[in-house]
Design a protein around this ligand. Structure first.
Ligand code: NAD
Ligand code: UGA
Length: 476
């Protein structure tokens, strides 16, 4: 680490050690800051203190071990984290409440605790995804607890990392957004992110490689707190919209025997559209898009703004899973008593996170229909078993080939690279019938035909093995 980094180091407290808090805490340490990360989950904190990473995330285990008890330490004692800190990042969950609005009770609980532990001026940073005006509510909450305005500022610094690539996204961000309502607090956030924005991090020995460099460092945008809060919701809603859009086009493509992969390529080459987030499939899941689309919709409704587009985004997404279930039904004729190999449990590849996973939702529906499911995922087996325990109908197996043994069909539910590289001859031999229903379009239909499969995917013409024939619509 360079001397300039040492002198610029900031004392930071991060509250919450989940996917965002833990990644932020470890990456801030990697950037040369001194971080105390607080969580009220004793088991998680004990694990972190032993240097064990509780989540599956590339680069995180080695980075944690490198900085543990040097740049970053973990505690359940909030005051221990708050007292030395100039900046306090709030990174607790903001799940969906009953009305669709974000449930901010965890944020409020943390703010009340911070208020009681204040020992000098601090900047409170909203890292959690929160609705517009949360900065005002936090201010009000601090006042209610008797903390005067001159002892704190609130900044919105939304996080844009994706699970599975979280460390890379954090250290090589497309942009850093700082929503600050005064210069003093904006300046502290500029200091915190300086190693990324002045490029010094990228010249550090052992720095994580990625798209940013000393020549092209990360960009930081300063806005008002309200604008930053909206940027986060709008960005997630826009990405969700892109996915729903391509899924709707995929359904049209299927109806006219066009190919969604060709269509996405042709659309994505337009620089104004771009190729990313145009992968048709089962629909989006995860702990963020579904809840953030709902929360943003609620915000618009509260403000009397017509934003029905967001309801359509959600509806298309929900329908996408129904359509996929119908595809399985149609390919197998009847479902009760059949056996299906389910490849994928996580809501996307490269993570063990199963929150709002389309794979889990689909498996639940198969089980309800009396189907036996043999499931496999490279990382999410443990988390899946916590919400969907093994039963007479559901088994968890060691690999895709065991899942396929004597199964009536294989379904691909998560876009893991491993599932795109299956030994197709071995799969064909293991299956009772060579049927694959692919919710992630991992294979070319021509390759599947050559391997003798009936292959049904999303937004592309289905391929039927010569012995099977195409089912008529009335069999659905
Ligand atoms: P998470 O559930 O993985 O982690 C939240 C952590 O906060 C948990 O470890 C929990 O024990 C802890 N916590 C809750 N109350 C606490 C308290 N009073 N004191 C101390 N710790 C407490 O959640 P996450 O996925 O990290 O998401 C956090 C926020 O970041 C959410 O608002 C989410 O929308 C947003 N976000 C998430 C991602 C993502 O990819 N997961 C990306 C960007 C933004
Ligand atoms: C998403 C955003 O990409 C992040 O920028 C944001 O910070 C985060 O939400 C958040 O706010 O929590 P994440 O949920 O980790 O990140 O994962 P994505 O890669 O965005 O995938 C979300 C879902 O969309 C997955 O189910 C994925 O399979 C699906 N998806 C994604 C598609 O179906 N098609 C695509 O083209 C892209």
């Amino acid at each position: 680490m360079s001397d300039s980094n040492v002198t610029a180091s900031v004392n930071i407290c991060v509250i919450g050690s989940g996917y965002v808090g833990l990644v932020a805490a470890v990456c801030f340490a990697e950037m040369g800051h001194h971080v105390v990360c607080v969580d009220n989950n004793e088991e998680k904190v004990a694990q972190l203190q032993r240097g064990e990473t509780p989540i599956f995330e590339a680069h995180l285990p080695e980075m944690l071990v490198r900085h543990l008890n040097k740049g970053v330490k973990f505690t359940t004692d909030l005051a221990e984290g708050i007292h030395p800190a100039e900046a306090v990042f709030i990174a607790v969950g903001t799940p969906q409440g009953n009305t669709g609005a974000a449930d901010l009770s965890y944020v409020e609980a943390v703010v009340s605790q911070i208020a009681q532990a204040m020992n000098g001026y601090k900047v409170l940073v909203e890292k959690s995804t929160v609705p517009v005006y949360t900065n005002e509510w936090i201010t009000r909450c601090m006042h209610r607890h008797g903390v005067a305005s001159d002892r704190f500022d609130i900044v919105s610094n939304p996080e844009f990392l994706r699970e599975g690539t979280a460390v890379g996204d954090f250290l090589h961000p497309d942009r850093i957004v700082v929503g600050a309502n005064n210069e003093r607090s904006a300046e502290l956030l500029r200091r915190i992110y300086a190693p990324l924005t002045d490029g010094s991090y990228y010249t550090q020995p052992g720095a994580l490689e990625g798209p940013c460099s000393a020549e092209e460092p990360a960009k930081l945008v300063v806005t008002s707190a309200q604008s930053a809060e909206i940027i986060k919701h709008a960005a997630n809603a826009f990405l969700a919209m892109k996915i729903s859009f391509i899924n709707a086009v995929a359904n049209l493509a299927e109806a006219v025997e066009a190919d969604i992969e060709d269509i996405a390529l042709g659309m994505g080459l337009d620089a104004r559209i771009g190729p990313r987030f145009l992968r048709a499939g089962l629909g989006y899941g995860g702990s963020c898009f579904p809840k953030d689309v709902a929360a943003f919709s609620w915000v618009a409704e509260q403000q009397g703004v017509d934003f029905h587009l967001l309801s359509e985004v959600r509806k298309i997404n929900e329908r996408q899973l129904d359509l996929f279930f119908e595809k399985i039904h149609s390919a197998l004729w009847t479902l009760r008593g059949k056996k299906i190999a389910a490849l994928g449990l996580a809501f996307k590849s490269d993570t063990d996170d199963i929150r709002d996973s389309p794979a889990i939702a689909l498996i639940r529906r198969l089980l309800e229909a009396g189907v036996k499911v043999a499931a496999y995922d490279p990382a999410a087996m443990e988390s899946a078993q916590r919400v969907l325990p093994a039963s007479e109908l559901l088994s968890y197996v060691a690999d895709p080939y065991t899942a396929a043994e004597h199964a009536d069909a294989t379904v691909i539910l998560t876009e893991w690279k491993q599932f795109a590289e299956l030994d197709l001859n071995r799969m064909n031999r293991a299956l009772k019938f060579p049927i694959m229903i692919d919710g992630r379009n991992l294979y070319s239909p021509a390759v599947m035909r050559d391997h003798g499969f009936t292959y049904v995917s999303v937004g592309r013409p289905a391929i039927y093995a010569s012995t099977m024939g195409r089912p008529r619509k009335s069999t659905i």
